[in-house]
Each structure stands twice: as C-alpha cells, then as structure tokens.
Design a binder for this molecule. Structure first.
Ligand code: F6P
Length: 319
C-alpha cells in the first residue's frame, strides 16, 4: 500500500482530528504517502486532495471539529457521484481510503469497496449508534459536554423548584440521553428504545413531589420526541409547567476528552494496519476495550442495544 487517503464525513465529532493525525502518522511511519480529502465525499468527487506530512497534523490532537472539514453529500449517492469519486481516487493513484464518520458514511464507503476501492471505516459520531463498536469517537466528549450543561441547569431547577426538560442529540438512538440521565441523576429519561407513557411519567412526578422532591429533571432523546412536545404532553395530562432546554450543536463541539483522544488514536492507527494487511470493506471498533474489525455492513444491520441495566438504574435511583 503506497498511498492512503483519509476523509471525514457526516456530522463532525470531537476526536476526528486525533484520528486524522493517527492515520497520517502511522501510514507515513509505515512508508506510505498520505492525502487528506476535504469536505468528505464532496471533496472526493471534486478531487479536493492535499498531501499530508507529519507536521501538517501537528497541534491538532486536542482540537474539536475536523481540519479536513466535512459534509453530508446527496450527490455521492448517485451513480455519477460514485463514478466521479472512483475517478478522483484513480487520478491520485490512491490505493487505500480511510473514512471517518457514522453509519451513513459507511454506506458510502461500502459502495466504494464494491467498486474495488480498498476502504476501511473509523466510527466517528457523537450518537454512538454504530453497531460493531462499543464506543464511537466523539461520544464520550458529547456526553461530558451535555453533562456540564445539565449540571448548570440543575442550579436553576433547584433554586426555583422547577421541572426541567433537556433535549439531547443522538439521532434515532438514546445512548447520549440515557447516559446523561444516569450521570446527572435525572428523574426520568425518554429514549426511542423504550415505549413512552405520559401517564406513567406524570405518576412518577407526582410520587416524587409527595416524597419531598422540590425539583425534577427529565432528559429526552431527540429521536424519541422534542422537548417542546414532551412539555405540552406533560401540561395536557398532568398540568405540569416545565421549562425546556435544547442543547443542540453545543454537544458536537469542543476539545475531545482523553478517552476520545486515545480511542481516535488507536482506531486511526488500527485502520491503517488493516489497509496494510490488504483488508477492505471493514470498519474498526473496540469491544471490551480491545481493537476489533467488522464488516462495514455491521454498522447499519441490526440496532445497537441500549444497556437495560442503565435504563433500570435511572428508575431505581430517582425515588
Ligand atoms: O449525527 C450527529 C448529529 O449531531 C445527530 O445527533 C443530529 O441528529 C444530526 O447530527 C444533526 O445533523 P446536521 O448537522 O446535519 O444538522
């Protein structure tokens, strides 16, 4: 393998830069040349390549976002787009591609693999919704960012004896919401993976007030419903007057945690190893802290489950 290209695709996630650095330096360590592709699959189709040397990725390990920038590309889903991407890769004599992104980006990587491009995926998304790996790059940072925000909201909730609803990201998955709920000591969590019953939640809130709780916090995953919808339903069913906070894109920014930085460094280097070994059509991941590889299709086939122990924990600890 002589020339490796690397791109970031989909939503940015803290730790992507650490992964770019790891791909670049480990490939150069192994005597390959490295090219960065700008703006994800858009740049791949347009030939936005730039040679990366070890110093080009210096000082980025702790930076949020992605120096290669990123995009969500509709054009890449078309036959013409795919053909343009393959032609660009051939023009630059690239013999291996690392795609850092989520399962949507991996579907694109899979198409390239089917067209004969050696490709390895590195899971990077704050949603943690990629099957085949216990954690994705960016998830731990987003969790900590959301937790810091919720801790601040608690001050106001307790000072005013209020009911707060906090909406967190996660797309169709409840990983962020559930873990923020456990870590912040929330009263209740609403996630897409568990059936929601507004009557049950009103009863819970009622019991809490009877038990002497003056304020309450509910965490809702955007994939379950919006915080505003939940507020309206609590008003209609139980007469509750909740305050709403939508954390939004703040969850995607910031310097990666040590966990994400180390995870990204390991995954980036391991992805290069896999390419060097002649593997393709796979994603790297960690299972029980060990590096693993799985077919790209694992990422979107079958839903990655939430830990039922954590769901129960929120209920048990909020009495
Ligand atoms: O996948 C990361 C994520 O932040 C999701 O949590 C969210 O639903 C989505 O991206 C938002 O996408 P966009 O950046 O395209 O608005």
């Amino acid at each position: 393998m002589k020339r490796i290209a690397v791109l970031t695709s989909g939503g940015d996630a803290p730790g992507m830069n650490a992964a770019i650095r790891a791909v670049t330096r480990s490939a150069i360590y192994d005597k390959a040349e490295v090219y960065g592709v700008f703006q994800g699959y858009e740049g791949l189709m347009d030939g936005a390549f730039q040679r990366l040397e070890p110093r080009d990725v210096g000082g980025i390990i702790h930076r949020g976002g992605t120096i290669l920038r990123t995009a969500r590309s509709e054009r890449f889903r078309t036959d013409e787009g795919l053909a343009d991407a393959v032609a660009s890769l051939e023009r630059h004599s690239i013999d291996g591609l690392v795609v850092i992104g989520g399962d949507g980006s991996f579907k694109g990587a899979y198409e390239l693999h089917n067209l004969g491009v050696p490709v390895v995926g590195v899971p990077g998304t704050i949603d943690n919704d990629v099957a085949g790996t216990d954690e994705t790059i960016g998830y731990d940072t987003a969790l900590n960012t959301a937790l810091e925000a919720v801790k601040k909201l608690r001050d106001t909730a307790s000072s005013h004896d209020r009911l707060f609803i906090v909406e967190v990201m996660g797309r169709e998955a409840g990983f962020l919401a559930l873990n923020v709920a456990v870590a912040s000591g929330a009263e209740f969590v609403v996630v897409p993976e568990r059936k929601f019953d507004v009557g049950f939640l009103c009863d819970r809130l009622h019991q809490s007030r009877k038990a002497g709780k003056q304020h309450s916090l509910i965490v809702v995953a955007e994939g379950a419903m919006s915080a505003v919808e939940l507020k309206d339903r609590l008003k209609d069913t139980g007469g509750y007057d909740a305050r709403v906070t939508v954390l939004g894109y703040i969850q995607r920014g910031g310097s990666p945690t040590s966990f994400d930085t180390i995870l990204a460094s390991r995954m980036g280097a391991f992805a290069v190893d896999r390419l060097m070994e002649g593997e393709s059509g796979i994603m790297v991941g960690t299972v029980c802290h060990e590096m693993v590889a799985a077919p790209l299709s694992r990422s979107w086939e079958g839903r990655k489950p939430l830990n039922p122990e954590l769901i129960e924990l929120v209920d048990r600890l909020s009495i």
